[in-house]
Design a protein around this ligand. Structure first.
Ligand code: NCD
Length: 384
């Protein structure tokens, strides 16, 4: 029997399956391949007359977007609906958060509605991890993009796009071009490409838009677009993240386009069958020429379609990882060895660790207060 490991990665259960999806850091190639294979099978569902499977029937998925989004939010909604879940989307800019409610209180209320999954987008790096650490452990958290840190479903939909158009990763040269410094997409893509065995990963950007130490991701750095694009199989363009830029990192958008914009002439330096990708939203004439964005080599709209299938895969795998974890814990609850492991674990008592774990579902939540151990009812208040 496997003892419960208090140090296991937050996003995996005791059997190494996904239970949250927070970042691609440290995820093994087998798990990434399983996500791609599962997504491949869901692509067929999107092509049916009735685009539904019952995998999440009776489950509630709550999209909580603290930052603007069109593609990611709507494709998560569609993915959850195609899995037959009930879906709520909270537009935080018009919700109680704008009336002063804290993140904790917003999430406590959603927990009280017995949501099973939260898809979270937040401007702060680490927000999804923070929520996963504090929410009731049976709720799955899916990161829909946190600050500059990670955008793991975008990373996986980009990998699905590459695999479907190029057949694999083993012999590929891939260039990621543009605002690497502020891009969570670039980070997730570098990690995924490395883990999946891509031998030649290039980042191409002006020096001011390259993070210090980016070579640690196993990438080659180019500050000249022609050199960076030479003979590549895939080019991933990035948007200039103006909202995250402080100070004059660029002389002007025109100057950026002149040196780093992807035009038909520049694309000619790549392999003739090179595919062009972009996570969207695209800025025509800033990072990409219209003729390229709409041209025969562009797979930008395919990415959007594949995004639904990848999100279906991640939602269904995380829910099944959560269910497996519940079952594992129930089966082992009576075992003396596991009881000992739990007794010696470093988890602090529920009332100090889980300020938001007091939902309607708390009775089935292993870390929630048991009736005999609960202090007298007192409202939880955020610390000053
Ligand atoms: C990306 C994001 O939000 O990080 N877009 C997306 O998810 N479709 C990239 C971007 O905004 O530039």
């Amino acid at each position: 029997m496997t003892p419960i490991d208090a140090k296991r990665p937050l996003q995996l259960n005791d059997q190494g399956q996904l239970r949250h999806f927070l970042s691609l850091d440290g995820l093994p190639r087998e798990l990434l391949t399983e996500i791609l294979d599962t997504a491949d099978s869901f692509l067929e569902v999107g092509a049916r007359a009735v685009k539904k499977v019952p995998l999440l029937r009776g489950k509630t998925v709550c999209n909580v977007f603290f930052e603007n989004s069109t593609r990611t939010r709507t494709t998560f909604e569609l993915a959850a609906q195609r899995l037959s879940a009930d879906v709520i989307t909270l537009n935080v800019s018009t919700s109680s958060t704008s009336k002063g409610e804290t993140l904790f209180d917003t999430l406590r209320n959603l927990e009280a509605m017995a949501a099973d999954m939260f898809v979270v987008r937040h401007a702060d790096s680490g927000a999804a991890h923070f929520i996963a650490e504090h929410v009731c452990p049976e709720v799955a958290i899916i990161n829909g993009g946190d600050g500059r840190h990670a955008h793991p479903t975008q990373g996986m939909l980009d990998m699905l796009t590459i695999r479907r158009h190029k057949g694999g990763f083993e012999n590929l040269s891939v260039a990621i071009v543009g605002d690497i410094l502020h891009s969570r997409v670039a980070r997730s893509n570098m990690i995924a490409l490395k883990a999946l065995g891509c031998p030649d990963i290039r980042v191409v950007a002006p020096k001011t838009l390259l993070p210090v130490g980016v070579e640690q991701y196993g990438v080659k750095v180019y500050t000249d677009l022609a050199q960076g694009l030479k003979d590549v199989d895939v080019v991933i363009m990035l948007r200039l993240q103006r909202e995250r830029m402080a100070g004059g990192l660029l002389p002007s958008e025109g100057e950026f386009y002149r040196l780093f914009g992807l035009t038909t002439a520049r694309l000619a330096g790549a392999k003739p069958d090179c595919i062009v990708m972009h996570p969207g939203p695209i800025n025509r004439g800033v990072e990409i020429e219209s003729a390229v964005a709409d041209g025969a080599q562009s797979v930008i709209l395919n990415q959007v379609t594949y995004g639904i299938a990848v999100r279906m895969a991640v939602l269904s795998m995380a829910m099944s990882g959560q269910n497996a974890q519940r079952q594992f814990e129930q089966e082992n609850a009576q075992s003396p060895s596991v009881s000992l492991a739990l007794a010696s674990s470093t988890r602090p008592p529920a009332w100090t660790r889980l300020p938001i774990c007091t939902s309607a579902k708390a009775s089935s939540c292993p870390w929630a207060p048991r009736p005999q151990a609960s202090p007298p009812a007192r409202p939880w208040k955020p610390t000053a």
